[in-house]
Design a protein around this ligand. Structure first.
Ligand SMILES: Cc1cc2nc3c(=O)[nH]c(=O)nc-3n(C[C@H](O)[C@H](O)[C@H](O)COP(=O)(O)OP(=O)(O)OC[C@H]3O[C@@H](n4cnc5c(N)ncnc54)[C@H](O)[C@@H]3O)c2cc1C
Ligand code: SF4
Length: 559
């Protein structure tokens, strides 16, 4: 049987009231809220990770505002994985040899982490998954939603999971299985930052018309078990400045929580200009800073991973509703950038959407537009959270770190004190893929070699993400034009995919490496940690990330 024949075979289907794509905080909160409001609803969640939480990577300092509303007695649940309240909150501006701590009194109130918890968001998802299943939600991990299903009038009526058993070359393998159709009266997309189906929906329904472009960062993270004498449970430390230059946005986080664990990470804003910048190497360099290094000496690195984070905020959130479904969580982009927090808004948006779905179903509606959800979010707690910080990212992008962060701080103060901003609502300008300068216009960045003590190379890092893909399957990293990496990206930008990919997926290899002859672009798709950075940052917008076979990807234990 050839592939066309195999793909013409009918798919099995199942019908639900609500289909949810993605078992992250947004998707699971929506599922829980739906069942809380109407236990008779049929609700299904599909998750591409091998288990719930396997693909979730976050900081995470969690503002419990969402959980307090979703599960008001969660603190009495011994299984709730939020055990470490924040007790010490520090902000530093770093230079190469030292740093200045910003007095907490200078920080606007909204930046305080008082009342928040340090936890693994993956473990929060695992716990929410169990709570959802206890309410009767069906969760299918290991199944990626690969295709949106449309009805006769163009409305969304479901999703199909991907086929299994197609070879790298597109041949049908033994054991080929057609995907499943999951049809629902409403379909909610909680795929997180740069969701692959959400991206298609945003385009198809022009959900981003009249909005600013979405902005992103890449966040890299490691989990360490540190020596007990270096462990300060409850300490939350953020920095900006070194090792990034003053034109490049980003910063670090370092959170001490239970069991001598320290989550350390680094975010680089994806509107960086220098194509020779490597976010991975900036992160490794950051850990060498004198204020930071000692925490890790004598400790053990347990896990590594990376994930895109949305940064556009208030002015970039697309329209959330379209016929038959809605975007929830970071698929829409609800991160509060200066707080580096989005999980609370993911929970709140899942809940808010669920409430509008239940009301619509109660009226006997199906597969129409949940316009009231779109109309409600800007006045909700999510809108209030995002509106007051809406100018921080554009100011940072426009004026650089020194001036931009100071202006952003001032703007947050004026929002806090006077409920408004002198700047109105600033624009973000260019999308992130359009910000790179040509390689002949920049000073190349060189990075120190890893010391094997606190800094490491990419391959040994990817090993710690426990990433696994069936090797004999079509690449899930699709090039629209296969000639572009070598013919355009290489001469103009040095092919930046080699550097921005945190998993070493992209390489340029030469027939004669010395003479640099016959360059060839190689994609090691099996290493991909599903961060989505290539889909965002490729200057030619030539790479499309699609779902690989379900279950493939990282297997983060507790990120
Ligand atoms: C480095 C970093 C640090 C952060 N720090 C913090 C912090 O300290 N505090 C905080 O509150 N927030 C933080 N955030 C933001 C926070 O992680 C997000 O706001 C939050 O994860 C969004 O939740 P979500 O449910 O929308 O998406 P996600 O958490 O990304 O979950 C989406 C889920 O959908 C699945 N999925 C995606 N596509 C498909 C598909 N097609 N089929 C099936 N399944 C699919 C994914 O595998 C995943 O499990 C951080 C983010 C990053 C990257
Ligand atoms: S291939 Fe793309 S999505 Fe995968 S790890 Fe690299 S940059 Fe991230």
């Amino acid at each position: 049987m050839d592939l066309a024949e195999a793909q013409a075979m009918p798919r099995e289907g199942m019908d639900y009231d609500v289909v949810i794509v993605g078992a992250g905080p947004a998707g699971l909160s929506a599922a829980i809220r739906l069942k809380q409001l109407n236990p008779d609803l049929g609700v299904v969640v599909v998750e591409k990770g091998s288990e719930v939480g396997a693909h979730i990577l976050s900081g995470a300092v969690i503002d419990p505002i969402g959980l307090d509303r979703l599960i008001p007695d969660w603190r009495e649940d011994p299984d709730a994985p939020l055990k470490t309240p924040v007790t010490d909150d520090r902000f530093y501006v770093l230079g190469p040899a030292g740093g200045v701590r910003l007095p907490n009194a200078l920080m606007p109130g909204l930046m305080s982490n008082h009342g928040a918890y340090i936890a693994s968001l993956g473990n929060v998802a695992r716990w929410l998954g169990a709570r959802a299943e206890a309410l009767g939600v069906e969760i299918y991990p290991g199944f990626a939603a690969a295709e949106v299903l449309y009805g006769d009038n163009g409305e969304v009526v479901g999703v199909a999971t991907g086929d299994m058993g197609v070879s790298k070359t597109g041949d049908v393998k033994d054991g080929f299985t057609r995907g499943m159709e999951l049809r629902g009266k409403y379909v909610l997309f909680g795929e997180g930052a740069r969701g692959s189906l959400s991206k298609q929906l945003i385009k198809r329904f022009a959900l981003d018309a009249d909005r600013e472009p979405q902005k992103f960062g890449i966040g890299l993270k490691e989990l360490w078990q540190v020596a007990p004498e270096k462990h300060r449970p409850g300490l939350v430390q953020h920095s900006f400045g070194w090792p990034l230059d003053m034109k490049t946005g980003g910063g670090s986080f370092l959170y001490h929580f239970e069991d001598n664990l320290v989550a350390v990470g680094f975010v680089v804003h994806l509107n960086y200009e220098n194509p020779t910048l490597s976010p991975f190497d900036e992160f490794q360099r950051f850990k060498q800073h004198p204020l930071v290094r000692d925490t890790f000496v004598g400790g053990k690195r347990i896990s590594y991973g990376a994930r895109a984070i949305t940064e556009g905020g208030w002015q970039s959130v697309p329209k959330l509703s379209f016929p038959g479904g809605a975007l929830i969580g970071c698929a829409a982009g609800f991160v509060n950038v200066p707080r580096i927090k989005g999980s609370h808004n993911a929970v709140l948006s899942g809940m808010l959407c669920a409430e509008h779905v239940v009301a619509a179903l109660a009226e006997g509606r199906a597969n129409d537009e949940l316009r009231s959800y779109e109309d409600a979010w800007r006045e909700s707690a999510i809108g209030k959270d995002l509106k007051r910080v809406r100018n921080v990212k554009p100011l940072w992008s426009k004026f650089g770190t020194a001036v931009g962060v100071a202006l952003g701080g001032l703007d947050m103060w004026t929002n806090q004190l006077f409920g408004g901003s002198f700047f109105g609502t600033l624009k973000h300008g260019k999308p992130d893929y359009a910000s790179l300068k040509r390689i002949d216009q920049v000073k190349p960045i060189t990075y120190p070699k890893p010391d094997g003590v606190v800094s490491f190379d990419k391959l040994s890092s990817v090993f710690l993400s426990a990433t696994n893909h069936e090797e004999d399957q079509p690449s899930h990293l699709r090039l629209t034009d296969p000639s572009i990496p070598v013919d355009r990206n290489l001469p103009l930008y040095g092919e930046p995919a080699r550097l921005y990919c945190p998993a070493g997926v992209y390489e340029v290899v030469y027939a004669d490496p010395e003479a640099r002859t016959d360059p060839r672009f190689v994609i090691n798709a099996q290493n991909c940690v599903h961060c989505k950075t290539c889909d965002i940052k490729d200057p030619s917008q030539n790479i499309t990330w699609v779902t690989p076979e379900g279950g493939g990807g990282p297997n983060y234990p507790n990120m």
